[in-house]
Design a protein around this ligand. Sequence first.
Ligand code: ADP
Ligand code: MG
Length: 368
Amino acid sequence: MTTVRLEKLTKRFGPVAAVASIDLEIASGEFVVLVGPSGSGKTTTLRMIAGLESVTSGGIFIGDADVADVHAKDRDVAMVFQSYALYPHMTVAENMSFALKLRKVPKVEIDRRVGNVAATLGLADELPRKPKTLSGGQQQRVALGRAIVRDPAVFLFDEPLSNLDAKLRVAMRGELIKLHHRLDTTMIYVTHDQIEAMTMGDRIVVMHEGGIRQAGTPLDVYDDPDDTFVAGFIGSPTMNLIDGVAEASGGGPAFGADGLRLALPADHAAARGGAVTVGVRPEFLGLEERPGALPFDGRVETVEHLGADTVLGVATAGPAVTAKIARNDAVRYGAGVRLWADPAKVLAFDTASGRRIRTGRPGTEPRP
Ligand SMILES: Nc1ncnc2c1ncn2[C@@H]1O[C@H](COP(=O)(O)OP(=O)(O)O)[C@@H](O)[C@H]1O
Ligand SMILES: [Mg+2]
């Protein structure tokens, strides 16, 4: 069982800080997903852990060992890439055995391990075949199998499912989760796909511009984003983020964005006043009126029937919003609607910094 710890880990390519002083502790047996848009430093982080990329400053600890001076092949990690990187002239069996042969593992032991892993991955019949005769999904399994036979202390995955079609990707996602439950090995998984991150990670680490913006369980990050970047990146359809101004008027605090006006409870985080961005997830905008709910009036501009859910694009007197409601066959394009949001589900962010505002100022007095 092996922990991984990153301390102020930094990588510069010339003037670019690809990874900017990140701190992260990964527990033994944890499945951690690094997620972020392209260029956020995910691959560079993983390659430094693997020893494939030099470190500019900071430390990497695998178990208790500082691996700064440990060669990649001695780090006891196995990495699976987006490109399968199989040896084309070798059979599936030879591809899977290669690392063990280099380590002079006895042939009977190699055959036993490769046989077991191939059976688990549904590759038993493919062992004599060459990679180019396999489908993309089978090739990805071979790449995975090649990592598993090594029985590493830590698995590193860099977007391993990105080249698969959508259906196979979902199936392989499930298999990787099961594999993790079975092996109980520490896994660090990189993806730009927030749905993959949400569904696979024990914990997700949201990266942006070389830094960690937030780390937590998928649902904690979803429910409680620290800033507008995380709020907008995690979740689909994306959270409605509405820039406006909060002011105290005669009737108490209110939020305004163009013609959209929301009367706020006095203790709402947005009630502190000033340039505020409010955030509300599409599923928290509904057609049913509830006591204390905030009304968003508008006109239906788009209707998407997803089956179980219906997604509405609604033009308000301010910015347009997206609502995700239970299947509704009756809503029509062009209809006037009033959407309701529980104020407790309406988050507030400081527009200038993007940071979450977590507490309101109870009893905000109207300004003169
Ligand atoms: N070998 C390299 N030389 C110069 N810049 C690089 C190199 N590798 C990555 N970068 C830059 O570092 C940043 C992070 O890249 P990367 O770690 O590949 O991001 P991600 O995997 O999140 O897409 C990007 O701006 C990228 O252009
Ligand atoms: Mg990458």
